[in-house]
Design a protein around this ligand. Structure first.
Ligand code: BV8
Ligand code: ZN
Length: 253
């Protein structure tokens, strides 16, 4: 981990970012916390009241489908009025400057797309649709207000529905994972923003780039398992503050 004054560190990162021709971005829940979205493991984290296994897991869903649907319903409600913060707009500015900026996200809040990022790889699915927990073959249904009238919602076959997110213990969507791994293998820099680096395989992407000897830059107010790795440049700060400084600096180069 590089320990420099933040001013010097910002300038160093601007230099590196400006030289990159094919950077990629990786985001976790912390990327949305300045838009008012609760993270999973911080002080305001969701997991504080519930354990991950009770909510985002097939066992948890089967054991208490109502609790899990209430939790996702509460999150969806929160997503209705959230807006992308300055860090998101900075990423869109960088995307416009470079002509492309693939973003691999663990988030399901839709803020990246709302801000105008066009190449978003949703590693952990999304909350747009729900499907049959027993995969009976009935088509997925849109997750809308109606679905929350009678919890838990049911499939036409009588089984309960599950949100089309990736639950713990489930494989990631094959296409999304393949694309994400390919991006980690072909990019020339990865900017890792707002993830605790605890959930696999999302957490393996920066390690692939690091092993290729290419710049791995982390933006996070806290230390993560990535921070102390040799070769990682970590800036301790909030995405909404740091990203505009970086992108502004790159655009002035
Ligand atoms: C899989 C659903 C094959 C959607 C989620 C033992 C060891 C290692 C791995 C495993 C193991 N046992 C099982 C596993 C695999 C498991 C896993 O990794 N478990 C961990 C917890 C140990 N992974 C899986 O099961 C995956 N599938 O691997 O299949 C397999 C299967 C079984 C066994 C082995 C292999 C599926 C993972 C997907 C799970 N679904 N969510 C939803 O509800 O949203 S994961 C959930 O955690 C969210 O998706 C979330 O995105 C994700 C990661 O959390 P973060 O995004 O990092 O958020 P967090 O709150 O943790 O951190 C926020 C960070 O932001 C903090 O660092 C904070 O400092 C920072 N921050 C705060 N404010 C700001 C900020 N940063 C910048 N600016 C700010 N302003
Ligand atoms: Zn069904």
């Amino acid at each position: 981990m590089t320990e420099l004054s933040s001013e010097k560190l910002i300038n160093e990162i601007i230099e590196i970012l400006a030289d990159a021709e094919a950077p990629i971005i990786s985001t976790g829940a912390g990327m949305s916390s300045e838009s008012g979205v609760r993270t999973f493991r911080g002080e305001d984290g969701y997991w504080r009241e519930h354990r991950a296994e009770d909510l985002a897991s097939p066992e948890g869903l089967r054991k208490d489908p109502e609790l899990v649907w209430e939790w996702y319903g509460e999150r969806l409600k929160a997503y209705e009025d959230i807006q992308p913060h300055a860090g998101y707009h900075a990423l869109v500015q960088l995307q416009d400057q470079l002509g492309k900026l693939p973003v691999v996200t663990q988030n399901v809040d839709g803020l990246l797309q709302k801000a105008g990022l066009i190449d978003v790889v949703e590693l952990h699915g999304n909350l747009k649709t729900a499907s049959c927990i027993n995969r009976c073959g009935a088509p997925s249904v849109p997750i809308n207000e109606e679905l929350f009238e009678h919890l838990p919602p049911h499939c036409s076959c009588g089984s309960i529905l599950r949100p089309d997110v990736v639950l713990f213990g489930e494989q990631l969507p094959e296409q999304a994972l393949r694309r994400a791994l390919n991006l980690a293998e072909t990019c020339d820099l990865i900017l890792v923003i707002g993830t605790s680096m605890l959930v696999y395989p999302a957490s393996s992407l920066p390690l692939i780039v690091l092993r290729r000897g290419l710049p791995v830059i982390e933006i996070n107010p806290e230390e993560t398992p990535l921070t102390s790795l040799a070769g990682v440049i970590s800036i301790h700060g909030a995405a909404g503050q740091i990203l505009p400084l970086l992108v502004e600096g790159v655009s002035l180069r």
